[in-house]
Design a protein around this ligand. Structure first.
Ligand code: NAP
Length: 384
């Protein structure tokens, strides 16, 4: 394992996250996951990420793992959601931190991150809480999670974030244009997540897409329509390149993320075999000419998607919804996310429709065809 020096800490270039404990990828056994976390530490991983919203007991599980080795690890957790809604008020941040410290069984958190934005609270107020927590020695530093490029710029205007998270992998490369250069210029540690593309870059998915993918993979656009085929072509490229270095496709994909100059690449598998494989992304380099060839390939793939996806979006909006309501739901999520990516819709314009759709997913009454059709109509009005 290679380590990076950052703010006086030594950080393993591959880190381990606990998002799976929220059930996002399907049911997870907490004690089995604890063993995977312990194994990650045995493999040399010393950077661990969690959040107060990663399901009940997620922070406790990590706390139990790191308690005996607390001084050897770098702990990161997040704040921002209280009882299902955003809350970054001064008092909420201070009390959430105290609760996380208890659950993690530690007296300090290395990096305390804003998980999601709270539009009702001025950033200055939240920064005030983070500064006080730092002054009290409860956190060593703070940073940001899902608040985008504009959000990071705003937090940097009022404060000094140490780290920023970003989804970065060979099939999600947007941070290369904005977040990464900003981090580089401002000496902010870039923490990449989803470095295996939620598993799609592992080469363990069939050409024929499984219609019953569990958890978030069933609705994540990465696993649908043109993006799925594109990701599998990227896997083929990783496989071809990896063979030259005696590495698997996912080890090559993780190495590619590290080659972008991130401080840490976070992965979150739930088996010992998978974390062992992923750790193999550390400790070697891809030659410059191979990186250039790979980047050229990824660029061409992106351009191909730019041509294919608008047609997919139009087809999904003009055709009747699938009889399988789960499928119809995923298609609408795909339309929303990809239309923003291709600038066919503005994020702020489409967001209310997305939120309405998202609420249907957790509605006890389940998905209703008429409501999904209303969303489809609304999207047609915005996009077509
Ligand atoms: N994803 C997000 O939206 C997000 C956002 C903010 C922060 N984070 C943090 O970043 C961490 C990592 O993100 P992530 O969960 O997206 O990471 P990831 O490792 O890219 O995705 C995890 C998924 O990939 C599969 N996988 C990973 N390695 C594999 C391998 N070698 N072979 C087969 N399948 C493999 C896992 O399957 P198995 O369970 O079968 O191993 C799991 O379904 C999270 O735990 C969290 O702490 C994530």
């Amino acid at each position: 394992m290679r380590y990076n020096q950052f703010e006086g800490k030594e950080i393993s270039e591959i880190g381990m996250g606990c998002y799976a404990l929220s059930g996002v990828y399907g049911p997870v056994d907490r004690s089995a996951y604890k063993k995977v976390l312990e194994h990650a530490a045995e493999l040399g991983i010393n950077f661990f990420d969690t959040a107060d919203t990663y399901g009940p007991k997620a922070e406790e599980v990590l706390g139990e793992v790191v308690a005996p080795i607390r001084d050897e690890v770098v702990l990161q957790t997040k704040v921002g959601i209280k009882e299902g809604t955003a809350d970054l008020s001064y008092d909420a941040v201070i009390s959430a931190c105290d609760n996380s410290l208890k659950r993690l069984d530690t007296d300090y958190i290395d990096y305390y991150l804003i998980h999601f934005a709270d539009p009702d609270i001025p950033v200055k107020e939240t920064i005030g809480a983070l500064k006080d927590l730092k002054q009290d020695g409860k956190i060593d530093g703070y940073g940001v999670g899902h608040i985008g490029f504009e959000g990071l710029k705003e937090y940097s205007r009022y404060g000094s974030p140490s780290v920023a998270m970003m989804e970065l992998n060979a099939v999600s490369r947007k941070p290369i244009d904005d977040l990464l250069p900003f981090c580089d210029e401002n000496k902010i540690g870039a923490i990449a997540f989803s470095v295996t593309g939620r598993g799609i870059l592992t080469g363990k998915f069939r050409r024929e897409r499984d219609p019953k993918l569990p958890g978030i993979k069933g609705i994540d656009p990465l696993f649908q329509h043109a993006r799925y085929g594109s990701a599998l072509r990227v896997v083929d490229k990783m496989k071809e390149l990896g063979e030259k270095y005696d590495k698997t496709p996912v080890q090559t994909a993780i190495r590619w993320v590290l080659s972008r100059g991130v401080l840490c690449a976070l992965t979150g598998p739930s088996s010992k075999e998978h974390i062992e494989e992923n750790v193999g992304g550390s400790g070697w380099d891809i030659y410059e000419e191979d990186l250039e060839d790979l980047d050229e390939f990824l660029q061409e793939e992106e351009e191909r998607l730019n041509k294919e996806e608008p047609a997919v979006i139009e087809r999904l909006l003009r055709s009747p919804l699938s009889d399988d309501l789960q499928r119809a739901y995923s298609d609408l999520v795909y339309v929303i996310e990809t239309s923003v990516d291709h600038s066919l819709a503005k994020e702020d314009e489409i967001m209310p429709t997305f939120q309405r759709l998202w609420r249907m997913r957790s509605s006890e009454k389940g998905l209703k065809r008429e409501k999904l059709e209303m969303v489809q109509k609304e999207l047609s009005r915005i996009i077509l």
